[in-house]
Design a protein around this ligand. Structure first.
Ligand code: BDP
Length: 695
């Protein structure tokens, strides 16, 4: 099943010259020691080579052109001497892949400080062959730039997945702990291949049951399965668990009984799972319980849990996704206002987990102003890999382009060059802990992610968590080669298509800085007209503020002053209509319909044309894909073809629904080049999606 194999296809190389060339450099694999992880590394390497290059192994007894696999300490003295300076350069989990030549004998060494580093090195080495790179003279020294590279599964214990569009949860709680599904192993292997080293098994909207002995046993079985792939297990902790499963009357973090309960819970967890990673907590957010229920604050809550985990080496990832109905002036400002004053107050084993933007995983948001603003607290970034607001697993959107845009944003927190990537990797303020979390898009679908191209978002997230400075371009390139084909005639156009796809979705959903205009609850499809929800900041009308005078949310000095949360260089830029990048124009400004854009068009015309452009681009994507039949297996070719067809229809739906709605206010006609809607506004407003998945 090609879909199932993700980027680890290890497709046989058909060009005999290329094969011969590779064989010149690998005749045998020798490992210098054994451990579960190293055995996995060895068999991965052997199987990968066999699959790509054919079954030539062990025919040569020559001690030439071999690969030596093992941790540094297991290498012979000669090798150690040759590698010792390189070795000083690698960090935990990093690796060295180096060609050593001695008296005409050639050895490629894959070594690391720990076993998992060797496995990472193996996957890296195989990637070279998968992407048709030379392995003749290698000198690769690489280490992850963040410590915690983690997936957040929003999986519920009943098997549903919140915001999941690829089937149900892959955790079969009913059959665990006895039954270990092969999928768990395949999952761990796929994650290890991109350097992911942690997984949060359950939803941030947590169910306390996961912390009962019955479930802990199941969690332990998963942890046992993942361990040799370097993956630690974490859980979300429901703040009110002491009440719900502990029989206490309160969950007040200062109450001695509560503290005792959590302490015992931690002991119990670590007894079952000695390397348990820790907790993720969503507290006092969207109805979840938290310390504020007891007049306490985020610091009190996070530090109490941090204290019980610290003796075991566990951490707390405390989420900053908070917004209160009592302060609805501007939701975008609330996390910053609530958290920044706490800087310096969190315990050492607490990370604050911040979404990439200040609202909620929109197709485009400016970076979250908290990045750079809390110098004494390690901030993790949280991206969504699942496409809640970006067309579920139906639309082809290559998200690393979005991740890259955020990671490369300059916060100016320490002068020029203080990018979000540097803050997240702990470089700027020298934090011991650092991390990147991605809300998983994985489910029970045969192809894991629902859309063959959604696999690239899982892949890309992992690669960027390893190195937040990688380019989306290079990630698309390697993913395509590994997943589909090395044929230039395929890679070139499809790479271009992937890189454009994120801008395309912005164009047909939320151009020029529009945001949160999706339909209610499920967030699939347009709903800019929605204004009847109980909390103001749940309504799309709150975000676009369209009226006869214009459109957009004024967050400048004349409005909510959200721009003031950024460092002055950025604040000045966002605040000034003329300097604000047009991609964020309506995010920060409310402008008249005939406001003149940089291209000389009026705002209304520009907006309409951008919606149209999004539609045109999906049309182009279809045309490009249709030319690729020769390079792709039939199943995946057809799947993508069908999905693009839906995407095209839905891009039109977005364009028509939004333009008809906004036209009521602009009272202007559509500019030349923009197609007229097939239906009237009533039609689009009456569409219902009662069965949209994953709410
Ligand atoms: C929003 C989702 C909601 C999540 C929430 C969160 O709509 O399902 O629970 O984020 O991140 O995007 O906590």
């Amino acid at each position: 099943q090609k879909d199932y194999k993700l980027w680890l296809q290890y497709t046989p190389i058909t060009n005999p010259e290329t094969v011969a060339n590779y064989w010149e450099n690998v005749q045998n694999v020798i490992s210098t020691e054994n451990s579960e992880t190293l055995n996995i590394a060895r068999s991965e390497l052997k199987e990968g080579l066999k699959s790509m290059l054919g079954d030539h192994f062990d025919i040569s007894k020559k001690a030439d052109n071999i690969i030596v696999l093992g941790s540094f300490k297991s290498l012979n003295e000669k090798m150690k001497n040759q590698l010792k300076y390189d070795f000083d350069k690698i960090k935990k989990d990093g690796f060295i892949i180096k060609t050593l030549i001695e008296k005409d004998l050639k050895t490629t060494v894959i070594t690391a400080k720990n076993d998992i580093g060797v496995l990472y090195g193996v996957f890296n080495f195989l990637r070279l062959i998968q992407t048709n790179k030379s392995i003749e003279k290698l000198n690769i020294i690489d280490s992850p730039k963040t410590d915690i590279r983690i997936l957040n599964h929003w999986d519920n214990l009943d098997g549903t997945v919140e915001r999941g569009y690829a089937g149900s949860s892959i955790w079969n709680w009913q059959k665990l702990p006895e039954f270990i599904d092969q999928r768990y192993i395949d999952y761990a292997r796929a994650n290890a291949s991109i350097g992911i080293n942690g997984t949060v098994l359950n939803n941030v909207n947590a169910n306390a049951l996961i912390l009962t002995p019955h479930y802990i046993e199941k969690v332990a079985a998963l942890a046992d399965t993942f361990r040799s792939y370097g993956i630690k297990v974490y859980l979300t902790a429901r703040f009110s668990a002491p009440i719900e499963i502990g029989g206490l009357k309160t969950a007040d973090p200062s109450n001695p009984e509560v503290i005792k309960w959590w302490k015992e819970k931690a002991n119990e967890l670590y007894k079952a799972i000695p390397d348990f990673g820790g907790f993720v907590v969503k507290a006092n957010s969207e109805g979840q319980p938290g310390p504020q229920n007891y007049g306490k604050n985020h610091v009190d809550g996070a530090n109490m849990l941090a204290d019980v985990l610290a003796p075991h080496g566990g951490i707390v990832m405390w989420r900053a996704f908070v917004y209160s109905e009592h302060d609805a002036n501007d939701r975008a400002k609330q996390a910053y206002s609530e958290f920044v004053p706490y800087d310096g107050k969190f315990k050492e084993n607490v990370l604050v987990q911040v979404k990439n933007g200040p609202i909620d995983f929109q197709p485009r948001e400016p970076f979250h102003p908290m990045f750079g603003a809390m110098t004494k607290t390690p901030l993790m970034i949280e991206f969504q890999i699942t496409q809640e607001y970006l067309g579920f697993s139906t639309h082809l959107v290559f998200l690393p382009k979005l991740y890259e845009e955020v990671l490369q944003s300059d916060t100016f927190s320490e002068g020029k060059g203080a990018t979000v990537a540097k803050i997240v990797s702990g470089k700027i303020n020298d934090h011991v802990l650092s991390g990147m979390a991605g809300v998983a898009n994985i489910g029970s679908d045969l192809n894991w992610c629902g859309h063959p191209f959604a696999q690239a978002n899982w892949y890309g997230f992992g690669r960027l968590a390893w190195n937040p400075d990688l380019s989306a371009d290079s990630i698309a390139n390697e993913w395509l080669r590994m997943t589909f084909s090395n044929e230039e005639n395929f890679v070139k156009p499809i790479q271009k298509l992937m890189l454009q796809s994120r801008e395309t979705v912005v164009n047909y959903m939320t151009p020029l800085g529009l945001h949160h205009i999706m339909a209610t609850n499920h967030h699939y499809g347009p709903g800019p007209w929605v204004s009847n929800l109980s909390r103001p900041e749940w309504n799309p009308t709150y975000y676009h503020k369209a009226d006869a005078n214009g459109i957009g949310f004024d967050r400048s000095d004349t409005g909510s002053r959200a721009t003031a949360q950024y460092f002055p260089e950025i604040a000045k830029q966002f605040n000034d209509i003329k300097k604000c990048p047009e991609t964020y124009l309506l995010w920060f400004h409310h402008l008249p319909w005939d406001y003149e854009l940089k291209n000389g068009k009026t705002l209304w015309n520009g907006l309409a044309l951008q919606y149209q452009q999004g539609v045109n681009e999906v049309h182009d994507m279809q045309a490009t894909w249709n030319r690729m039949q020769a390079y792709v297996d039939e199943t995946r070719f057809k799947e993508v073809q069908m999905l693009l067809k839906i995407q095209y229809e839905e891009a039109k739906w977005w364009r028509d629904a939004c333009l008809l709605y906004f036209q009521q206010f602009s009272k202007k006609t559509l500019p030349d080049g923009v197609e007229k809607a097939a239906h009237n506004l009533n039609y689009y407003q009456s569409l219902q999606f009662p069965f949209a998945p994953g709410i």
